[in-house]
Ligand binder design. Structure first.
Ligand SMILES: Cc1cc2nc3c(=O)[nH]c(=O)nc-3n(C[C@H](O)[C@H](O)[C@H](O)COP(=O)(O)O)c2cc1C
Length: 154
């Protein structure tokens, strides 16, 4: 059985934490709260997910910081996941570029909306209320199962 770890940073409403938990539950992955838990030894995992909300147009800074330090062993894969208020652009692009520079293949990226009360949105009761939805959480789990299956076939 391939070992999968999801590292997540979720500071606003726990939207990304819920997504990471749903993925972990569906696929039997381990979870680590990047902002509160000690970092496990990453060399023991075949697949590592980095999940975050989007803050000022970016993934949480802990994620690029960690990726800069990551020295992946051969065969180790990384995937991204995020929740955002409005997906008006591909927020993952700078991190994908960082992965490319490090020679790490991105196995995939899953994104969905997450309840957002930041700034002016708070005054109107927030946007993307109720997101991620149950369906989006289920699809997140399927996404991860698909990645694990693809790795097993590779
Ligand atoms: C400080 C701050 C900045 C944010 N900036 C953006 C943004 O640039 N684009 C966006 O789509 N959502 C933005 N959001 C909304 C969050 O990405 C969204 O609510 C996300 O689901 C939060 O995830 P979390 O609950 O796991 O922290 C921002 C939220 C906060 C608190």
């Amino acid at each position: 059985m391939k070992r999968t770890l999801i590292l997540y940073a979720s500071t606003h409403h726990g939207n990304t934490r819920r997504l990471a938990e749903a993925m972990a539950e569906a696929a039997g992955a381990e979870l680590c709260d990047l902002l509160h838990d000690p970092l496990p030894d990453l060399s023991g995992y075949d697949l590592i997910g980095m999940a975050s909300g989007i803050y000022y147009g970016k993934l949480h800074p802990r994620i690029p910081e960690l990726l800069r330090q990551l020295e992946p062993r051969p065969g180790q894969r990384v995937f991204l996941a995020y929740t955002c208020g409005i997906r008006y652009r591909a927020y993952e692009k700078p991190v994908l570029e960082l992965l490319r520079q490090k020679g790490i293949d991105c196995a995939g990226c899953y994104a969905c909306r997450g309840y957002d009360t930041f700034g002016p949105f708070g005054k109107i009761g927030g946007i993307a209320r109720g997101r991620p939805s149950a369906e989006e959480l289920r699809r997140g789990g399927e996404f991860l199962l698909g990645l694990i299956g693809a790795g097993a076939r590779a």
